[in-house]
Design a protein around this ligand. Structure first.
Ligand code: MN
Length: 463
């Protein structure tokens, strides 16, 4: 039996009353054209076949729903359980969404499926009820003969694909946990249902596109860099002996939320005293003592883009001789790294710059740990092939560190930089890192406790 093709899709959309689309309003920093350009660029790379990408299906407990990075990158849709199909030849994009029950709509508000402007708003060819997906594939089997799925792991706001895969490996050490990740399961299901299709991996193409930031992304990243730096600066000003680590986290969180961020991009790290030597410590429950150093690693999730900035400072506002010595080494190394971040530069150039900086101080770089750099974008540890030369539009976090456990003395200094035409722009520069600047800021804060409240008003409504 043959149905007329054009009647099949359940396009109730046009018949229903217009409802404001919350999902679109959230994307303050992006235009429709941005998503159209991204899809066209992906289609240009894959050239043939259909690209199928599934959106996230579960809300994150205790926080706002945050869409899968690759899915968001291609269409900006924040609804649950969406599927995007992109025809690589015609560049037409089709979105599949679940039809919500009346009861769900009364509680969550209606989805963009209800909004007759959605197709136009998102530059899509069609919006279909999700229930039509398998039939759509079957009807267009010739176009799907080559199908591009994401066969690599999904990244998150905090972890890149490789980290997600290794966390899954850790989870599966206990065989009772060994269920496949949802992304792998979907690829298996699709392959099982369509054994004749030539299934290819779209992940490397997504990674290649995501590593070069667009003008719209750069504008958001600049705001995010300033906002995240301001958050750490205010936490610095709020530090004094007797204050708990989580109080600094609270100051930073308030700052970014007031600036329109949806939350932190990664779990905030505030490690004082012995905790400053644990690179990934994020319990943040210790009361900070006189004479301790505190290390804070923080970044906002603003318009779906992350940020990374780390500073280390003395809780009482004054560096001791030991602290100063270690801090100056890490600071010299960080500055040397930043010099090497320019178009055409490589990781080897960064290593050489670090060696030169260390030699100047009659030290070798053996004690230095931590990544010299990682991509930043939709994820704080963003995707992208490692080991290439730096190119304009790439964004990196630079984060040398020294941890001296026996002295409870860990120092990390991290800035996020954008590679520009002839060097790099430090997006997180507004939080001090020079010793005298830090000491001055903290002395002023001690004198004027109200400083943090006054400064906080600067971050309001920056969107
Ligand atoms: Mn980092």
């Amino acid at each position: 039996m043959r149905f007329p093709k054009r009647l099949m899709p359940v396009l109730a959309v046009a018949l229903l009353a217009a409802a404001p689309s919350a999902a679109l309003a959230q994307r303050a920093g992006y235009t429709k054209e941005e998503f159209v350009r991204r899809r066209a660029a992906l289609a240009d790379r894959t050239r043939e076949g259909m690209i199928v990408l599934f959106g996230d299906s579960m809300p994150q407990p205790g926080s706002h729903f945050r869409q899968d990075n690759d899915f968001f990158y291609l269409c900006g849709v924040e609804d649950l359980n969406a599927i995007l199909v992109l025809n690589a030849r015609t560049k037409e994009a089709h979105l599949f969404l679940p039809r919500m029950l009346t009861r769900e709509e009364m509680q969550d508000g209606s989805s963009i499926l209800r909004d007759p402007r959605t197709r136009e708003n998102l530059g899509l060819a069609n919006i279909y009820d999700q229930a039509y997906f398998d039939e759509f594939v079957a009807r267009n089997a010739a176009s799907f003969a080559v199908t591009w799925l994401r066969l690599g792991p999904a990244d998150t706001s905090e972890y890149d694909r490789a980290e997600m895969a290794s966390l899954a490996g850790r989870k599966d050490r206990l065989h009772y946990n060994a269920a496949p990740l949802i992304n792998d399961y979907r690829a298996l299901r699709f392959r099982e249902r369509h054994p004749a299709f030539d299934i290819r991996d779209v992940t490397p193409h997504l990674d290649a596109l995501r590593q070069i930031k667009s003008a719209e992304e750069i504008a958001i990243l600049r705001r995010d860099g300033w906002l995240s730096a301001e958050a750490v600066k205010l936490a610095m000003a709020a530090s004094r002996p007797g204050v708990f680590e989580y109080e600094l986290e609270a100051v930073a969180l308030q700052t970014i939320l007031m600036g329109g961020a949806r939350g932190p991009a990664a779990a905030p790290i505030v490690g004082s005293g012995p905790n400053s030597c644990l690179p990934r410590y994020d319990k943040n429950m210790r009361r900070m003592g006189d004479g301790d150093l505190v290390l804070m690693d923080f970044g906002a999730d603003l318009d779906h883009l992350g940020m990374a900035v780390t500073r280390t400072w003395p809780v009482n506002g004054k560096f001791t001789k030991d602290q100063r010595e270690i801090y100056e080494i890490v600071l010299a190394v960080e500055k040397a790294c930043l010099e090497a971040y320019r178009p055409g530069g490589t990781q080897e150039d960064v290593t050489r710059a670090v060696d030169r900086a260390m030699k100047k101080k009659n030290l070798n770089s053996r004690g230095l740990v931590g990544d010299m750099g990682h991509f930043v974008g939709l994820s704080v540890h963003d995707v992208g092939p490692k080991g290439q030369a730096f190119r304009e539009g790439m964004v990196f976090a630079v984060e040398p560190a020294l941890y001296i456990g026996e002295k409870n003395l860990g120092v990390r200094i991290e800035d996020t930089v954008l590679i520009t035409r002839n060097g790099c722009e430090v997006l997180t520069k507004s939080v001090p890192k020079e010793i005298d600047e830090i000491e001055k800021l903290m002395a002023a804060a001690f004198l004027r406790k109200a400083a943090s409240e006054t400064n906080l008003s600067k971050t309001r409504g920056i969107l």
